[in-house]
Write a protein that binds this ligand. Structure first.
Ligand SMILES: [Zn+2]
Length: 558
């Protein structure tokens, strides 16, 4: 997807933006929204077991909705235009996906190639998220996506998107836009830095909720920590966060005995410490080689939190990711503008990559690197192992050829399973999908886009009991809402926006698999976004009510 993303970025960037009135400021529901006419509600959700987003023990309550707000919770009588019987079901706040990439897909839709009307409806609905109970997504992650916040928010409104959207400023994409695709400077001059900071400030004023970096992707992989501290200071001034796909997520042993992922966590913490800006470590994982235990990573985060720094993370409940297969190589093998460094054009130099991948095959066999897209079409859907067998080559030579001579995206089973479980049981690790809105007829999706939230609840809370249901729900509601400073969401209480999920734990299931990904999750009986029922009796109503949710857009006092 990364090559598409490049061109999408250009599409997004050349559209002009119009500043929208902050959705949060519109008092939808009017003057009666807070109970002046409390006996007559728009919707009354009766008798569900309410998990309100906090750790309060669940209890059976009714929830009254008027306009886009919850107006009462408790034992409620009174009339309602619609009454929903939630007995036997749980009721939770709509889930917040703090790490998502829908902005890339929607801009693909704008270009229109190969997208049928039916696919458009699925994409506009963000249905793969909706069916999991997700009502708000945070886009702009990993440093690479829509650079014009105002324009993206305008699209969210005009297409009537299915979920609410918050947006991060993508560091890498903006850097490419400001300083060119070809001659990216490694270190910015004072003048360039000033220009970058001014642009970040503009996007924050237009409603972004922070900045994201992709430090194992170009051009982030070549940028200095100092640059990131300077830019993080700007977003911090406006109440934003610093979200980071770190430089190296692997257990690679570096010269001097340091471990790559630990050094990367230290860098993220240092950026938080020196900028004073809250840090969000994106899709926390331990990638191959699995040379350490998760506890060493968590200890660093806990020490930073003890120091008083606001450092949190998010993770998805799968042991594979989707990206260019060169992700398995350290940044030193890559160019700041993308691809493998030019020196690997010779046979001798390629031997260095070969030796490295041979080492990694102990933790990730070539069958576990599966191409979902490639500029050589006959490779698509095949693993590196299968391609090697097909061509009668050594699998490590096949890998070298793929990263040096082709553009690939693969599902890569590089993450340590025990570490994944160890991360998610901590209250400072929220839930994310690392997904995007999608249509089932488009092949090549990772199951996480259809099932991350459902899987965490079903498999890891209810079945394996790695964390309690209350903890799991909080990790996808109140905790991310607090981190992002979203007012009135993430908790079921009177006055909050009516983003509500009614869920049947008996039928809860993430159905999407690697073999057959295009399957929506099951278990959401009713789902409301801003007071509008998008799912009713397990079926789509055809109504969508997502809104752009702006960050503060003004300096915060510290
Ligand atoms: Zn990422």
């Amino acid at each position: 997807m990364r090559d598409k993303i490049r061109s999408l970025r250009k599409v997004m960037a050349c559209l002009t933006g119009v500043l929208l009135i902050m959705a949060l400021l519109i008092p939808a529901g009017g003057s009666t929204a807070f109970g002046a006419d409390a006996q007559s509600y728009d919707v009354l959700i009766k008798g569900g077991t309410v998990y309100d987003g906090t750790l309060k023990p669940p209890c059976v309550e009714d929830i009254a909705v008027q306009g886009d707000r919850i107006v009462a919770i408790g034992k409620l009588e009174g009339k309602a235009a619609k009454t929903i019987d939630a007995q036997g079901f749980i009721v939770t706040p709509g889930f917040i996906d703090i790490h998502e990439h829908s902005d890339m897909i929607v801009s693909m839709l704008a270009s229109g190639e190969g997208v049928t009307p039916a696919m458009k409806e699925e994409i506009k609905g963000n249905l793969n998220a909706i069916y999991q109970g997700v009502t708000t997504v945070v886009t702009g992650n990993c440093g690479n996506s829509a650079t014009d916040t105002a324009q993206w928010f305008k699209m969210v409104e005009s297409m009537n998107f299915g979920t609410n959207v918050m947006h991060l400023i993508p560091h890498g994409a903006v850097r490419f836009e400001l300083f060119g695709e070809k001659n990216q400077p490694l270190k910015l001059s004072p003048k360039q830095l000033k220009k970058f900071k001014a642009r970040i400030e503009k996007e924050m004023k237009n409603g972004a909720c922070g900045i994201s970096t992709g430090l194992s992707y170009p051009p982030g992989l070549g940028t200095t920590t100092e640059e990131l501290i300077d830019l993080a200071k700007v977003v911090g001034k406006y109440g934003g966060i610093y979200a980071t796909h770190m430089r190296d997520e692997s257990g690679t042993l570096l010269e001097g005995g340091n471990v790559a992922v630990l050094e990367s966590i230290k860098e993220a913490i240092e950026i938080g410490r020196k900028s004073g800006t809250p840090v969000q470590i994106s899709h926390l994982k331990l990638a191959v080689p699995h040379s350490i235990k998760a506890s060493r990573m968590l200890t660093l985060i806990e020490a930073a939190r003890q120091e008083g720094l606001d450092v949190t993370a998010d993770s998805y409940p799968y042991t594979s990711g989707v990206t260019g297969i060169e992700i398995l190589l350290p940044n030193s093998f890559k160019k700041i503008t993308g691809g493998i460094a030019d020196r690997y054009k010779t046979k001798e130099e390629r031997a260095e990559i070969k030796a490295l991948i041979q080492g990694l095959y102990a933790d990730i066999p070539p069958e576990k690197i599966i191409l979902i897209s490639c500029d050589k079409k006959e490779y698509e859907g095949k693993s590196v192992g299968e391609i090697a067998a097909m061509e009668g080559k050594d699998p490590s030579d096949t890998y070298v050829g793929l990263v040096c001579d082709h553009v690939t995206t693969g599902i890569i089973f590089a993450h340590n399973e025990q570490a994944m479980k160890d991360f998610m049981s901590n209250h400072y690790v929220f839930t994310c999908s690392d997904g995007y809105t999608w249509a089932r007829d488009i092949p090549g999706a990772h199951p996480r886009i259809y099932g991350a939230f459902t899987r965490k609840l079903k498999v890891f809370a209810l079945e394996e009991k790695i964390l309690s249901l209350n903890d799991a729900i909080r990790s996808m509601t109140l905790l991310p809402a607090e981190k992002l400073g979203i007012a009135g969401r993430g908790k079921l209480e009177s006055g909050a926006f009516a983003d509500i999920v009614v869920m049947d734990l008996n039928t809860l299931k993430d159905k999407s698999t690697y073999e057959n990904p295009a399957q929506y999750a099951e278990g959401v009986v009713h789902l409301m976004v801003n007071g509008v029922l998008t799912i009713e009796d397990r079926k789509l109503t055809g109504q969508r009510a997502g809104r752009p949710l702006k960050g503060r857009g003004r300096p915060v006092l510290k």
